[in-house]
Design a protein around this ligand. Structure first.
Ligand code: PDD
Length: 287
């Protein structure tokens, strides 16, 4: 089925959607994005994603073209037009096109941003088999730029890393800087040891995951101990359990790192419970 996608103010059939070849996101990766999950036709943690979109825009002096209510209306219209039950809404804001290739950012107001938004249907998103089987990851050097806290469309290293993982017979990659895990290629990374969750602290080295914020809040509400600090691969391989979080994977167990089983090598009860709490709360609070 052809999707109805949003481009610069209007919904059009996907085959008719057009963006300039001079768009700065196409030429320079000069744009930011968000991915918001949809469960039962409702948006998960919408306000979290909107807050991060604003932050990404502010960090890059990129005008955010719409206020929260307009964004919400567009998201909801995309969900309705496409009959989306479970899946994701992808949005992208770029610095637009000034009609030529130029390294310099156009002066503020000189060219309008490009806005694209589309849906991706994933029936049974919250019932992903990976949640039951767990995923296997490889480690790779974190060779990304130094502002991983900004959610830019420059995803070449992330897609390269995921492809390396797939070619190695695994599901994903964990990225490592100075011997310490930063995050997954498109997720935040965690270990569990003696009932305590360990995950890297917020900085420019990682994306400030919206799922991460929610999971840490829920963990605190459950009186679970959380340490926000770097951890090494060796520490991760010796952990009781490990997991990732992201908008599309929620809380997903990691059962093997570089061929070494984590804990029993099977998904554990701690992460399963955390996922249940997260998905339950988010489904309830979705708008
Ligand atoms: N990726 N770290 C990176 C590098 C990511 O790309 C993502 C999300 C996360 C998790 O953030 P959140 O919980 O807000 O989804 C962490 C999205 C899902 C993607 O690119 O498809």
């Amino acid at each position: 089925m052809s999707r109805s996608v949003y481009v610069n103010g209007a919904f059009v059939p996907e085959a008719e959607a057009r963006v300039s070849v001079f768009d700065r996101a196409f030429l320079m990766g000069d744009g930011v994005y968000e991915v918001t999950s949809v469960l039962d036709g409702r948006l998960v943690d919408f306000d979290g994603h909107l807050a991060r979109l604003q932050r990404s825009c502010d960090e890059l002096s990129l005008p955010n073209p719409y206020d929260r209510d307009r964004w919400l209306a567009i998201h909801r219209e995309a969900v309705a037009r496409n009959g989306l039950i479970d899946g994701m809404v992808y949005l992208q804001v770029t610095r637009g096109s000034s009609g030529d290739r130029d390294f310099l950012w156009p002066a503020p107001g000189q060219c309008p941003p490009t806005v694209v938004l589309f849906t991706q249907s994933k029936p049974g998103l919250a019932d992903n088999p990976a949640a039951r089987s767990g995923i296997r990851v490889i480690s790779l050097d974190d060779l990304r730029w130094g502002r991983c806290d900004i959610k830019t469309v420059q995803l070449l290293y992330a897609s390269w890393a995921k492809t390396q993982a797939r070619q190695a017979g695994c599901d994903d990659a964990w990225l490592v800087q100075d011997g310490m895990v930063t995050e997954g290629a498109s997720s935040n990374a965690y270990i569990v040891k003696d009932g305590r969750i360990v995950t890297r602290q917020l900085s420019r080295a990682i994306l400030h995951g919206i799922t991460r914020t929610a999971v840490l809040r829920l963990a605190a509400e459950q009186a679970l101990e959380v340490e926000e600090r770097p951890f090494s691969l060796a520490e991760a391989q010796a952990a009781d359990e490990a997991f990732i979080t992201s908008a599309s994977m929620f809380v997903t167990p990691v059962i093997e790192i570089d061929g070494v089983p984590v804990g029993t090598g099977r998904p554990g009860a701690f992460v399963a419970r955390l996922r249940e709490i997260y998905v339950g709360e988010m489904r309830e609070a979705a708008i």
